[in-house]
Design a protein around this ligand. Structure first.
Ligand SMILES: [Zn+2]
Length: 103
C-alpha cells in the first residue's frame, strides 16, 4: 500500500490540535529525523490513521476515531513543534510589548 503524505490528514489534525499542523515539524524518537508533518508518510488503514517516519518507518502517530472522539498516540515522536504558528504568536506578543513600552 502506497503512503500518502501528511497533507492527506490535514483536516483530521486540525480538528485534533485546533491548528494547521502540516507545517509543524516533528522529530522521530527512533532515528532523530526532523520533518514537516505534511511530508510524513501516512497510511489510511483501518481501524485508524498511521503516520510513519520516511527514513526508518517508525510509527510516529496513530489516530483512531472512536465514539466521535479522535484518540491520538504521539509515542513515536520525540518532539512536535508547531513552529509556524508559535513564531507568529511570538511576533505579535513582541509587537504588543514594544507598543506598551512607548506609551
Ligand atoms: Zn525515524
Amino acid at each position: 500500500m502506497d503512503a500518502l503524505d501528511g497533507n492527506a490528514i490535514a483536516g483530521t489534525l486540525e480538528a485534533v490540535f485546533g491548528k494547521d499542523m502540516t507545517t509543524a515539524s516533528g522529530t522521530c524518537a527512533n532515528c532523530g529525523m526532523r520533518s514537516m508533518v505534511g511530508e510524513l508518510g501516512v497510511y489510511l488503514r483501518a481501524p485508524g490513521i498511521v503516520v510513519r517516519c520516511r527514513r526508518c518507518d517508525n510509527v510516529l502517530m496513530v489516530l483512531v476515531e472512536a465514539h466521535g472522539v479522535t484518540v491520538v498516540d504521539l509515542h513515536g515522536l520525540r518532539t512536535l513543534d508547531p513552529t509556524a504558528w508559535r513564531s507568529q504568536h511570538e511576533s505579535q506578543t513582541q509587537l504588543l510589548e514594544e507598543r506598551n513600552r512607548h506609551e
